[in-house]
Design a protein around this ligand. Structure first.
Ligand code: ATP
Ligand code: MG
Length: 482
């Protein structure tokens, strides 16, 4: 949107020659611009600092602050305001210098009115484009921050159905999942879909603060509660009143803080640190951890009663390797996001690059994928991200190694390679054949290793032979042991 349509752009004209000032004022006012005049560089700078200026037209040679000096100061004071230099005939070198220092254009005196309006219009259009671009980038950022979750896989859809159901209730939710799977995003999604969506969403990272600080952060403190407590401070529980409190990294709660959280969960009340007044807050708790909380309970590192209070509803966020179908859409989503952020024109990924992304195991999950794509966007030289733009570790996985182990030596044996993109049926067939060969034709052992029924081994081997023999021929009962 052009601001010029709403309010006329304000042009600041700096020139020590009153005749030039006057003629510029007349010409530009006739074009519908608001014009302010300055007789020298210093006056221009002061006017600029007062604000409201959209574009500067400055003479190069002025007493006091010269045009070049004004340009340099202007870039520091108002980097978004462009400067057009007005130069006398025969000072091209200086004009070039001004351009190098950041002037957007220059006009050699004497100039035609048409030239003047064209240069001014271009400068203002560019300014609008930059403003638009910024607004778009901000919207992209907001989209991501708003908990805009992306995915199409069955695992993702199942997760989102659960999120929707859970959001409708006020029950405490425990979100579990590996690091980088999107637990915080899930917590926000629950809040955004709940009746509390207009209330606050307050996040606390329980691992980030030492015990005492965490308590005053959660429950607030009264004036004089400890040295340095100059005034009263509301805690996150109070701040989250009417909304959702997200307790991240809940497994890291200390043994001292755990019972205090338990009390809030049970009774909905607490006291500020150093205070006696009981405070009630209407807060929905969503907690998250990447640790196995049940195991910590067994090891007596986490209170069982608190575990059960938190664990009213559990949401397990699947690791990325269990929803590989989402890799392309997520990668494309991050590509668009970071291409816009970095002002890059990128259409997508080459087939090879996409194969690498699909084959990789993503131990760092969606966050790692996001980082890999961001890096690739910066490195990419072509119109698409290539395999070469990906980190070595991701690229190396393009040849998948399938390991089968023998019982005796413990050494990996019977390793074979499968190209990325091999049809699954073929992968299955080869894995079956190789395992059977390693087990010297023992189908029971093979079935056990592969975790399938021996009958399935028979059936699949028969199927494989039939396929090899081609249509119309049935492939006997012989297993393809070579
Ligand atoms: N389904 C998704 N769609 C879009 N972005 C996602 C999705 N899942 C995760 N992300 C992004 O991946 C990054 C990591 O997500 P998030 O911080 O929620 O993970 P986490 O499980 O809380 O990780 P950690 O355990 O390390 O705290 C974020 O930038 C998030 O926006
Ligand atoms: Mg997190």
């Amino acid at each position: 949107m052009s601001d010029a349509a709403a309010a006329p752009a304000t042009l600041l004209v700096a020139d020590d020659d009153p005749a030039v000032r006057q003629s510029l004022e007349r010409a530009l006012t006739r074009e519908g611009y608001a014009v302010v005049l300055a007789p020298d560089g210093q006056a221009a700078l002061e006017r600029l600092q007062a604000g409201g200026v959209d574009l500067i037209l400055s003479d190069l040679k002025m007493p006091g602050l010269t045009g070049l000096e004004l340009l340099r100061h202007a870039k520091a004071v108002a980097p978004d305001v462009d400067v057009i230099m007005l130069t006398a005939f025969g000072t091209v070198e200086e004009a070039v210098k001004a351009m190098k220092d950041g002037a957007i254009d220059f006009l050699t005196k004497p100039f035609q009115r048409a030239q003047l309006t064209k240069v001014v219009r271009h400068a203002l259009e560019r300014r609008d484009l930059i403003a638009q671009n910024r607004a778009l980038q901000k919207r992209l950022d907001d989209l991501l921050r708003q908990g805009n979750m992306i995915g199409t896989s069955p695992a993702f859809r199942k997760l989102m159905t659960l999120v929707q159901q859970v959001a409708a209730s006020s029950a405490t939710v425990l979100i579990q999942g590996e690091s980088g799977t999107g637990k915080e995003l899930v917590a926000r999604a629950i809040h955004d879909r709940s009746s509390r969506r207009n209330g606050p969403f307050i996040a606390v990272n329980c691992a980030a603060l030492p015990e005492t600080l965490l308590e005053s952060e959660l429950f607030g403190y009264e004036k004089g509660a400890f040295t340095g407590a100059a005034g009263r401070k509301e805690g996150r529980f109070e701040l989250a009143d009417g909304g959702t409190l997200f307790l991240d990294e809940i497994a890291d709660l200390s043994a001292v803080t755990q019972p205090k959280i338990l009390r809030v969960l049970q009774e909905g009340e607490f006291e500020r640190v150093g205070g006696t007044k009981t405070i009630r807050a209407d807060v929905r708790i969503v907690a998250a951890t990447n640790q196995d909380l049940a195991a910590l309970v067994r090891e007596k590192k986490f209170r069982e009663d608190l575990f059960y209070r938190l664990n009213v509803i559990t949401i397990q966020v699947p690791p990325l390797r269990e929803k590989r179908e989402d890799v392309p859409v997520l990668a494309q989503h991050f590509l668009r996001l970071y291409a816009a952020k970095n002002n890059r024109q990128l259409d997508g990924f080459t087939d090879e690059a996409l194969s690498c992304l699909l084959a990789y195991s993503w131990p760092g999950n969606v966050r790692q994928l996001e980082n890999v794509v961001e890096r690739a966007v910066v490195l990419a030289r072509g119109t698409r991200v290539e395999a070469g733009d990906l980190p070595d570790a991701v690229r190396e996985r393009s040849v998948m190694l399938l390991h089968a182990r023998t019982g005796e030596s413990g050494e990996p044996e019977g390793v074979f390679q499968i190209r990325v993109g091999t049809p699954l049926a073929e992968v299955e067939q080869r894995l079956l054949e190789e395992t059977l060969r390693m087990n010297h034709g023992n189908k029971t052992l093979t079935a056990k290793m592969l975790g399938i029924d021996p009958k399935t081994v028979f059936r699949k081997l028969k199927q494989g032979e039939a396929d090899e023999a081609g249509p119309g021929e049935s492939g006997g009962d012989r297993a393809p042991v070579r």
